[in-house]
Ligand binder design. Structure first.
Ligand SMILES: NC(=O)c1ccc[n+]([C@@H]2O[C@H](COP(=O)([O-])OP(=O)(O)OC[C@H]3O[C@@H](n4cnc5c(N)ncnc54)[C@H](O)[C@@H]3O)[C@@H](O)[C@H]2O)c1
Length: 433
């Protein structure tokens, strides 16, 4: 239940470290719910934009809310000293070898431990493996002289935001919360109840809360790997995997549809399982299933390029020297986030085969080689559709491609009208269909 802050009461102060896809919507929501909010970011440009009421993230709802509920952004960590609640919303990436990089969490914790006032509640929102709060964050505060549970309260509330989702937002996605002690848990639950219109579930321990998030995203990774494997098998068996999944989804219980594609992207699903794989390995457990899922999903961009190569072979066109247009650089539809996008691996593989690569993404113009869909089609002989942006789903038809002389297309998101393409002269292939 939201407890509005009364006029006579002092507003609670919230400091949010990291104003990205997670931190900024949360900051705006906390302002909306009556908190005095300071967002701490590193980039001067980003700070200036946010203070002008402009969202650095492409998101119309967020932009409108930011205008209504302005967030004060700064690069001055001293604002942490004013905060009753400090939220850590920093990245948790992996390196090229898939080793977890916990340095941003460590740095944000050290910065908080340096400035936090006694009695503050510190909540980690970043996704981490079970053990990070206990093994990394807690010792940082203890070495800074805080007694956990008395001078400082530490909690973890893993973020679940799904950028681009208009139904499930920071305002209504239920949350889980864990802490080291009762008071920290109660304060964290009360805070999230004040900003989220959804269930806030206290977990028995902070480790459990950490594990919840990794389980959620590993569940998705494994299920996507399963259908990606089915797609490759059904390509050999000449069965349309999408039709089969839709058929299976008519079962009203014990089946949840997932769909294959040219790859898994974003800062979460292709990253988070490695955190569990690595931490479990340190304690002597080998996560074979999670590793295989990662391998299968990582193989999909190369498979997508193989499909195109196969199609071009049938048309007696070598991939070498063919101008291929990659439609979409963002990792998912209608957003501008390119982190871990399979498009990059697709482009890399195409270039390894000496193809000439052009790109167009209306949401990522800065990385596109062409400024419009028409300009890209004019230049290219073949297409890989890597992102199902609304514009592409609506506009990419056999007629349009034929008009520009496109000979072949791989629909990496299975989002186009397969039957219409099959009746046309443009060679079409989906992933498993
Ligand atoms: N993006 C999502 O959809 C999503 C969803 C759920 C959970 N998460 C998790 O939330 C965390 C944050 O993800 P994100 O997508 O918001 O990342 P992001 O990269 O969009 O934003 C994080 C921001 O923190 C800043 N930062 C890092 N260290 C800082 C410091 N010491 N001081 C100030 N700013 C600092 C970075 O510059 C960056 O702008 C990650 O652990 C991620 O796995 C992300």
């Amino acid at each position: 239940m939201h407890k509005p802050v009364g006029k006579a009461e002092r507003k609670e102060v919230v400091a949010i470290i990291g104003l990205g896809y997670v931190g900024l919507p949360l900051a705006v929501r906390a302002v909306e719910r009556g908190y005095e909010v300071y967002g701490i970011a590193r980039s001067k440009d980003k700070i200036a934009m946010i203070n002008r009421g402009k969202s650095p993230i492409e998101d119309a709802l967020l932009e409108a809310d930011l205008k209504k509920y302005p967030v004060t952004a700064t690069d001055d960590p001293k604002v942490i000293a004013k905060a009753d609640i400090v939220l850590l919303c920093v990245p948790t990436p992996v390196d090229e070898l898939h080793n977890p990089d916990i340095a941003p969490v460590r740095e944000a914790s050290e910065m908080t431990a340096k400035y936090a006032k006694k009695g503050a509640l510190v909540v980690l929102e970043s996704t981490v493996n079970p053990g990070v709060s206990e093994e990394i964050i807690r010792p940082i505060f203890e070495s800074a002289g805080f007694k956990v549970g008395r001078d400082i309260h530490i909690a973890h509330c893993p973020e679940r935001i799904n950028p681009g989702d208009e139904k499930w937002t920071v305002k209504n996605i239920p949350r889980v919360v864990g802490s080291f002690e009762k008071k920290g848990l109660a304060r964290a639950v009360a805070f999230y109840e004040s900003i989220v219109d959804g269930e806030i579930r206290p977990m028995k321990s902070i480790r459990e809360a950490e594990a919840v998030k990794i389980v959620e995203n590993s569940f998705r990774d494994i299920n996507i790997a399963f259908v990606n494997e089915l797609a490759r098998s059904f390509d050999v068996l000449d069965i349309d995997v999408r039709d089969v999944i839709l058929g299976a989804a008519t079962k009203p219980f014990s089946f949840m549809p997932h769909f294959p594609s040219c790859g898994v992207g974003g800062h979460c699903i292709p990253v988070d399982p490695y955190y569990l794989i690595e931490r479990a390995k340190q304690s002597g457990f080998d996560h074979r299933f999670l590793k295989i899922a990662r391998e299968i999903n990582n193989s999909m961009p190369a498979y997508t390029v193989e499909l195109l190569q196969d199609g071009l072979n049938r048309l007696r066109m070598p991939l070498n020297g063919t101008r291929v247009g990659v439609l979409g650089i963002a990792y998912k539809a209608n957003i501008d986030d390119v982190r871990e996008s399979p498009s990059f691996e697709i482009m890399k593989k195409l270039k390894e085969h000496q193809a000439i690569v052009e790109t167009f993404d209306p949401h990522v113009p800065g990385m596109s080689t062409q400024k419009t869909l028409a300009a890209l089609l004019k230049k290219c002989d073949a297409i890989i559709l890597a992102t199902n942006h609304r514009e592409f789903v609506e506009q990419v038809t056999p007629e349009l491609l034929a008009k520009y002389g496109i000979r072949a297309i791989v629909d990496g998101k299975n989002c186009l009208d397969k039957n219409a393409f099959r009746k046309s002269k443009v060679w079409y292939k989906g992933i498993g269909r």
